[in-house]
Design a protein around this ligand. Structure first.
Ligand SMILES: NC(=O)c1ccc[n+]([C@@H]2O[C@H](COP(=O)([O-])OP(=O)(O)OC[C@H]3O[C@@H](n4cnc5c(N)ncnc54)[C@H](OP(=O)(O)O)[C@@H]3O)[C@@H](O)[C@H]2O)c1
Length: 345
């Protein structure tokens, strides 16, 4: 069998381009004791991978130039040298190589039941992004019924789940996203109270413009700000926090392609006078509680309280393109690449 893989061949400067990646044919490995041979079905492309493409210290090691990219993926076991898994099993892992086939230690992948929900959901609403929304909002944001929750990056994988959990908890939700199609979706499909487009055509609105728009939608101030994007949008929202507000720093996608740290609003005065909390987090901190999160998200899904959106790009070779699309807002909900067809036996 012929294999195929995608390597990082140069570090992106600014927005990544397809020239930063190389796609090439290779050989398929053979599993030895304790390992499985996997056929990749779906690959997850995620904003944090951009951070791994730059050099420097972070919470996770950078990719080396020349290294095969790894990310979340769902795969089918096609050969097993482990008693834990058999051919035909479907598994998910947070770090599988961008390859058509890969060999993995059976202990590093997790079996999923393909009859419970579409298997792609293990990368989205029932996977890492869903858990990020769940723990970030509930554990740090602590939303109370009747409070106002503002969500940036609201139409993405994490944001769509945050908006809905905040509604489930009885909050008023102001969602911020980058197109009219997305704000329509948030209002009509997810039932948010107000949806704000942070762009005016191709122009990005200023922090001041956004502050006025958000202020008009929440006269009592912002109790919880779930921030997926940072930058001007957050500079617009932060001055609107109310007493004892909680600011959940989940992500800063507007900054990921910047070549140097940007200077923006200094938040201390707003935190100080409101006795507010601003806290970052990395979802792996909650690994011990993932079971609880998946159970609760799964229940809401079954009860019809939680919807999910996926943007699925077809074809392994389109993985870099799908990744780059995250920074252009091409996805609604979770961005996934479909690599191979899977049918239930
Ligand atoms: N802390 C953690 O452990 C953790 C875990 C997962 C994700 N995250 C973070 O959470 C955020 C969302 O991740 P995700 O997987 O759900 O991605 P996503 O929101 O599904 O996809 C990225 C979205 O970001 C928006 N975006 C791109 N450039 C932007 C800019 N300059 N300004 C504002 N918005 C921009 C785009 O939507 P628009 O069309 O609306 O611009 C795009 O669709 C990211 O910052 C990610 O790094 C953190």
């Amino acid at each position: 069998m012929q294999n195929r893989e995608i390597r990082l061949v140069s570090r992106p400067e600014g927005l990544p381009t397809e020239r930063n990646f190389e796609i090439r044919d290779t050989k398929v490995g053979k599993p030895v004791a304790g390992e499985v041979l996997l056929r990749t079905l779906y690959i997850s492309v995620d904003p944090y991978l951009r951070g791994r493409m730059r050099e420097g210290r972070s919470y996770i090691a950078p990719f080396e130039v020349g290294q095969v990219i790894v990310s979340g993926a769902v795969a089918e076991v096609i050969d097993s040298a482990s008693p834990a898994l058999k051919a035909g099993d479907v598994v998910v892992s947070g770090s599988l190589p961008w390859q058509l086939y890969s060999v993995a230690n059976a202990q590093t992948v997790q079996k999923i039941d393909p009859t419970v929900a579409p298997i792609s959901t293990a990368l989205g609403v029932l996977g890492m992004p869903g858990l990020t929304a769940y723990f970030g909002l509930l554990d740090i944001g602590k939303p109370q019924a009747g409070e106002t929750v503002v969500v940036s990056g609201a139409a993405g994988a994490v944001g769509t789940v945050v908006c809905q959990i905040a509604k489930i908890k009885g909050c008023r939700v102001i969602a911020i996203a980058g197109s009219a199609e997305k704000t329509d979706f948030l209002l009509r499909e997810l039932g948010v109270d107000v949806a704000i487009n942070y762009k005016d055509g191709n122009r990005y609105k200023s922090a001041e413009e956004l502050r006025k728009e958000v202020a008009a939608s929440c006269p009592g101030g912002v109790n919880v700000y779930f921030d997926n994007v940072g930058g001007e949008i957050s500079d617009g929202v932060l001055p609107l926090i109310s007493s004892r507000a909680r600011i959940v720093v989940c992500g800063l996608i507007s900054q990921y392609n910047s070549q140097k740290l940007e200077v923006g609003l200094r938040p201390q005065p707003f935190l100080l006078v409101n006795s507010a909390l601003m806290q970052g987090f990395i979802i792996t901190q909650y690994a011990q509680r993932f079971g609880e999160g998946v159970r609760e998200l799964g229940n809401w899904l079954t009860e019809g309280k939680l919807k999910y959106a996926e943007t699925i790009v077809d074809g392994f070779d389109n993985t870099p393109k799908a990744f780059i699309g995250l920074f252009k807002g091409e996805n609604l909900g979770k961005q996934i690449v479909k690599v191979a067809e899977f049918r239930l036996p």
